[in-house]
Ligand binder design. Structure first.
Ligand code: ADP
Length: 270
């Protein structure tokens, strides 16, 4: 049990003659409020830190290039410019992901979510073709299993975004020459109703148990350096979780160190 913060205010009750007859105690549980406040401060400082790293890099390389005699070797100049460009791309992805999160978190996001009777197969197809080049660059095969005529009640672009994030991670963290399997199926839960599940299975490094609860938090990474180097923003899974919540669905993960990972989107069927 985490520590709770309770605010206590008290007031004596007097009768008409001014004699004390009782006491009112008001207990207010501030735990949730305080936690929200600290989440917000943490987020602001995390964002600043995340933005500062690429900015520092860009400034450093630009200053070196501007130094007198700093850019005489064209090969070195090109190398520096590439680093600058990579860091500018990184700033771009962080800002893009933050805007996405901000939209998903708007208070009216759930009511205004446009969902439709949607076939799952075309969603998977477009993710596979969009990420094909990245997979190919690592000689990773993207395999599809059994989407058939499955349909879900979803917002197509958002679910495509969620699946893109999962498949991009699978490619990003898996070694060369492995396989990523995307499998869709229908599950009929007696208590939970009909669902469509889209599963992304990789043969990557897996995730140790102690991290599994936390990887859906913003900016949480198992290995910061590796994520950055591979172009991760640390926001991908937070976005996936939000998208699933908006749909009344969920995202699940099964993973063991050294045995690969399975991420599963569970969505209302239609
Ligand atoms: P990032 O941009 O760092 O990938 P995410 O929110 O998408 O951020 O993921 C959070 C962390 O979860 C990653 O930094 C990585 O450590 C871990 N992770 C996510 N997907 C996988 C995967 N398929 N295999 C191994 N680790 C993963």
């Amino acid at each position: 049990e985490p520590m709770r913060r309770i605010r206590v205010t008290n007031r004596l009750l007097d009768d008409s003659a001014g004699r004390p007859v009782g006491l009112i105690l008001v207990l207010t549980d501030l735990t949730h409020l305080r936690r929200l406040e600290s989440v917000r401060t943490d987020f602001a400082s995390n964002v600043s830190h995340e933005l500062r790293t690429p900015i520092t890099n860009i400034k450093g390389y630009v200053e070196t290039l501007l130094e007198p005699g700093g850019s005489t070797d064209p090969e070195q100049t090109e190398r520096f410019l590439r680093v600058i460009s990579k860091n500018a791309d990184r700033l771009d992805s962080i800002v893009e992901d933050m805007l996405m999160l901000a939209q998903l978190e708007r208070p009216d996001a759930r009511e205004s979510l446009a969902v439709d009777h949607t076939r799952v197969a075309p969603i998977i197809d477009s993710v596979v073709s969009a990420l094909g080049p990245e997979a190919e660059a690592k000689r990773i095969t993207l395999e599809q299993e059994g989407s058939g005529d499955l349909c879900a009640m979803v917002n197509h672009p958002l679910v495509e975004q969620a699946l893109t994030n999962l498949v991009a991670n699978a490619i990003r963290y898996s070694p060369q020459g492995t396989k990523v399997i995307i499998r869709a199926s229908r599950s009929n839960g007696v208590l939970t109703g009909d669902h469509v599940e889209i599963e992304v299975r990789d043969q990557g490094p897996g995730i140790a148990e102690e991290h599994l609860n936390r990887i859906f938090e913003r900016f949480y990474r198992v290995d910061k350096a590796r994520s950055r180097e591979r172009g991760g923003t640390g926001l991908g899974l937070a976005i996936v979780k939000h998208i699933m919540n908006l749909h009344g669905g969920r995202v699940e993960v099964d993973s063991h160190l050294g045995k690969g990972s399975v991420f599963r989107l569970v969505l209302p069927a239609s």
